[in-house]
Design a protein around this ligand. Structure first.
Ligand SMILES: NC(=O)c1ccc[n+]([C@@H]2O[C@H](COP(=O)([O-])OP(=O)(O)OC[C@H]3O[C@@H](n4cnc5c(N)ncnc54)[C@H](OP(=O)(O)O)[C@@H]3O)[C@@H](O)[C@H]2O)c1
Length: 274
């Protein structure tokens, strides 16, 4: 798959936070070149600023940007996707692949406004893509081939890990891994505050909290062990961890996290529709 993207021209429609992160990572890793890439934003001044920063062509016309592109990444807000798809539709052919990172917008909704048989893929990345530590779930629409899926995986492999799921899981993915960094930042902020409460300087407390989260995540990913088993290994009988766990249980940490993800998944179903 190494050369899947070689020679491909990619247009990013909506190079904001997420579109910008992926575009910059692909340029930095040499998977795309400035010549083979272009992008759009809504505002002229933003376009000029971004073009100067990334040294790629950035404009405000989506229909211009998609001409000659092999892959079109749609990274505008969910509520704007329909307008953008309608704007580009008459310039799209089934030889192009549309990759939407918009939360909530089903592939069928995008396909509906495109000419017949245009391959559409949905990808749900998260902001740690900026550090190459992202998590992206990918699903295919009706006309996308296995090759289109592989090529999209390859695109997002550059910014972290990828997993292919059925489209019915995309709102759950949005609630867990796309919104997830926000939950983890709150946990890290709270742990750092806790460190300050027990006397640590804030910078050291933040380092301890963040590196501990990174380490624990690494152990889960690399051993494949159940997190409950790994937790048991830290919890010495009559030690201090079990006292902390009792507080977490009393504060309903688990059920709160579960309910938070359930709420976000419900909201993810609505976003595209206002
Ligand atoms: N942020 C995340 O953590 C995250 C994670 C996964 C998926 N997503 C998805 O990524 C998409 C973008 O989110 P974001 O957080 O990156 O938002 P954002 O920073 O607001 O970016 C949206 C971009 O779209 C541009 N835009 C607006 N209307 C446009 C149009 N008609 N044509 C072309 N460009 C247009 C905006 O231009 P201006 O800059 O000129 O205003 C902006 O650059 C959303 O659909 C979201 O669901 C986001």
């Amino acid at each position: 798959m190494a050369n899947d993207l070689a020679g491909k021209r990619v247009a990013f429609l909506g190079a904001g936070k997420m579109g910008g992160i992926i575009l910059q990572a692909l340029l930095k890793n040499g998977l795309l070149t400035a010549k083979s890439t272009c992008a759009t934003v809504a505002h002229e001044d933003r376009a000029k600023e971004l073009a100067a920063k990334l040294k790629v062509k950035v404009g405000t016309s989506n229909s211009e940007a998609v001409k000659g592109a092999d892959i079109i990444v749609i990274a505008v807000k969910p509520q704007v996707v329909e307008d953008v798809v309608r704007e580009i539709s008459s310039h799209i052919t089934p030889k192009q692949v549309i990759v939407s990172v918009a939360a909530s917008v089903p592939t069928a909704m995008i396909e509906r406004d495109l000419p017949p048989n245009v391959p559409v893929i949905r990808a749900m990345p998260n902001t740690p893509c900026i550090m190459g530590a992202g998590m992206t779930a990918i699903c295919k629409g009706k006309h996308a081939s296995a090759y289109d899926v592989k090529m999209t995986c390859h695109l997002f492999d550059v910014v972290g890990r990828t997993v292919v799921v059925d489209e019915k899981h995309m709102d759950a993915v949005t609630a867990l891994s796309a919104s997830g960094p926000a939950y983890i930042y709150i946990i890290l902020e709270s742990l750092a505050e806790a460190g300050v409460k027990v006397g640590l300087p804030r910078d050291i407390a933040t380092l301890l909290a963040a590196q501990t989260a990174l380490g624990a995540a690494k152990v889960v990913l690399e051993t494949g062990d159940h997190p409950a088993l790994l937790k048991d290994a830290v919890t010495t009988p009559a030690g201090c961890t079990i006292d902390a766990i009792m507080e977490l249980e009393e504060g309903k940490l688990r059920v709160t996290l579960i309910k938070a993800v359930v709420k976000a998944a419900q909201r993810a179903k609505e976003l595209a529709f206002g």
